[in-house]
Ligand binder design. Structure first.
Ligand code: TA6
Length: 303
């Protein structure tokens, strides 16, 4: 395990481009500054926290009341949900959305591409912390590409000698001007479950808008989503791979008031659009020994 700031800088720092520093909660943060963007990535959670493309405002939302403490999730950025999504199917005391976002990952490599984009590679595997929660041997790898686009990929490999099943999500919080004037294109005619409701509904509208809490899981959904942010005069294109579910979440005013790590008006400023494989029994991933699966997202600003 190599987590001291000094060791990480000795191994991975690149002058003027890559630097590790101590963030809140003593979590190591990677600051990235390249020809395309400025970004901050937390080693705890292998979580992108900020991505400011040159000349743009942040694409990623972070709560100004987020907790930064071991065992707690960082509120905002792109949390990695694995090996389950939402509450654990049977053990209610287990952490929501799995343990990946509560783990300090190994930094395996940081490199610059020919066009001065940055690629950060993280990994984790089973440990004394994970085995009581999920009794399987695995390797998980997260790759975060920071360039003109943001690309995040989670690859899970079964290193055990029996098959296992899991769910996952790239729970992306997008920074928007106002949820009330934001719509999402790309989900017309797609079928979804609202929250934990078991009734399958079909979206009729071409554009999804938000007037109260929205927590939809679109199943068998492979579509590109485009977030139309009228207040910031931009559209955000969200492509995905290896994902059969798209989750769209905004907590609305009432739920936000119950959340201690978010300002009461915080819900106005973000929308989550999440590539996922995530509904117990539906669209989960099963891997035999030696097999791997990747889920990915690619995010771009279009005008
Ligand atoms: O992605 C939507 C969701 O699963 C919601 O149900 C909501 O609870 C949200 O994630 C946030 O979960 P968290 O554990 O981070 O509070």
């Amino acid at each position: 395990m190599m987590h001291s700031i000094q060791q990480l800088n000795e191994k991975f720092a690149i002058d003027g481009k890559i630097h590790f520093r101590e963030g809140n909660g003593d979590f190591p943060l990677i600051t990235v500054s390249n020809s395309h963007a400025f970004a901050i990535v937390s080693v705890y959670g292998a979580q992108l926290l900020s991505y400011i493309r040159c000349g743009e405002r942040d694409l990623i939302w972070m709560s100004d009341q987020s907790v930064f403490a071991h065992g707690k999730a960082i509120r905002g950025g792109i949390p990695i949900c694995f090996p389950w999504f939402g509450p654990h199917p049977t053990e209610k005391s287990f952490p929501q959305h799995g343990f990946a976002r509560l783990t300090t990952w190994e930094v395996d490599d940081i490199s610059q591409t020919n066009d001065d984009s940055t690629v950060i590679q993280f990994s984790m595997k089973e440990s004394a912390d994970t085995l009581p929660l999920w009794p399987h041997q695995f390797k998980a790898a997260v790759t975060i590409f920071i360039g003109k686009t943001i690309d995040v990929k989670l690859t899970v490999t079964n290193t055990d000698n029996a098959a296992f099943e899991y769910s996952d999500a790239l729970h992306t919080y997008f920074n928007i001007n106002d949820i009330k004037s934001t719509v999402i294109e790309g989900l017309q005619d797609e079928m979804y479950y609202e929250g934990f409701d078991t009734t399958l509904q079909t979206q009729k509208e071409a554009l999804l808008s938000f007037s109260s809490e929205t927590n939809r899981r679109y199943v068998n959904s492979l579509s590109r989503c485009i977030i139309h942010d009228k207040g910031y005069f931009r559209k955000i294109k969200v492509d995905k791979g290896g994902s059969k579910v798209t989750v769209v979440w905004n907590p609305g005013a009432a739920v936000t008031k119950t959340m201690s790590d978010m300002h009461p008006d915080g819900y106005l400023k973000f929308v989550c659009v999440e590539p996922a494989n995530a509904y117990p029994g539906i669209d989960t991933i099963t891997l035999n020994p030696g097999e791997s699966h990747s889920i990915s997202t690619s995010i771009d600003i279009i005008v």
